[in-house]
Design a protein around this ligand. Structure first.
Ligand code: BT5
Length: 260
């Protein structure tokens, strides 16, 4: 993929207007943070064919082999409070799910807070890096890793049961540039709405697509294991778990579905 090819199909005002396509990089999020510190404009996209040290949350690794995925980071400079920034993970997930449904005609689920699932398997993950002062966001790097062209054996053995790609789920090859331009256009629409109206309009559609709602789940809160039924997403984007009479509001963490 190259910047010219992508820009030709791009129908956005800010997202991807500056786009840097790299052959190989350790992590597009790390690269984007450096660029943001250097003054890169709002909406700058860094896209890599391969990441040698792709990252997930809590410094977990993200498998990013050459030529098979969309490994990208977007620099945003929203005028929002730092506490509102994690909402961008939900907004981005929703834009991704809608793009998958529109372009591939398959139902996408979102596993709170940052996974996109097809047929119960992880197809994409989102990683938000925030730089902020006490009151204002300086910039946010929205990292998105989307498995696009993988066959099952392109994943390492430990991921084969739990991961899938757009092509695998759609049972046809998916054009990466076309998918990317559609996703950036969709994300920009949602992003502008988020800036204007906050997270409120996103709660219902997110809840509808959230794979955890109504299920019995386990969650690690610090070192404490919490179990209960996931009952909703609150107005701040947190996951609400009901355990008998208690409600636990989870703002971050790892949640596992135990049963339906
Ligand atoms: C995530 O973390 O899901 C966020 C992944 C974000 C990756 C993008 S790629 C562009 C940008 N630059 C970066 O360096 N990162 C971002 P988390 O929820 O912590 O999930 C990580 C876990 O997902 C790993 O521990 C594996 O179990 C699994 N995993 C790793 N690679 C995968 C892949 N390609 N597909 C599906 N699952 C994967």
């Amino acid at each position: 993929m190259n910047a010219e090819e992508i820009k030709t199909g791009l129908e956005t005002t800010i997202l991807g207007r500056a786009i840097h396509c790299l052959d190989s990089v350790d992590s597009t999020n790390r690269y984007a943070r450096n660029m943001a510190e250097g003054g890169a404009p709002d909406g700058t996209v860094i896209l890599a064919e391969e990441q040698t040290r792709g990252r997930g949350r809590l410094d977990r690794s993200w498998h990013s082999p050459p030529g098979l995925g969309l490994w990208l980071s977007i620099i945003l400079r929203p005028e929002i409070a730092p506490a509102a920034a994690p909402g961008l993970s939900l907004v981005t997930g929703l834009a991704l799910a809608k793009t998958i449904e529109e372009q591939l005609n398959i139902a996408a689920k979102l596993k709170w807070p940052n996974d996109c699932l097809l047929g119960g398997k992880k197809t994409a993950g989102i990683l938000i890096d925030l730089a902020a002062s006490a009151e204002l966001v300086r910039y946010v790097v929205v990292g998105v890793g989307i498995n696009v062209l993988h066959n099952p054996d392109d994943f390492p053995p430990e991921l084969q049961k739990m991961a899938t790609s757009l092509s695998q789920a759609a049972a046809r090859p998916v054009d990466r540039a076309l998918f990317l331009t559609g996703f950036l256009a969709g994300l920009e629409r949602e992003y502008f709405r988020f800036i204007k109206e906050g997270l409120a309009p996103f709660i219902k559609p997110y809840t509808r697509r959230c794979s955890l709602i109504g299920c019995h789940v386990e969650a690690l809160v610090g070192r404490r294991l919490v179990t209960g039924k996931a009952v909703g997403i609150d107005p701040s984007g947190a996951l609400v778990i009901a355990d008998g009479e208690n409600e636990i509001v989870l703002t971050a963490g790892e949640v596992t579905r135990v049963r339906q």
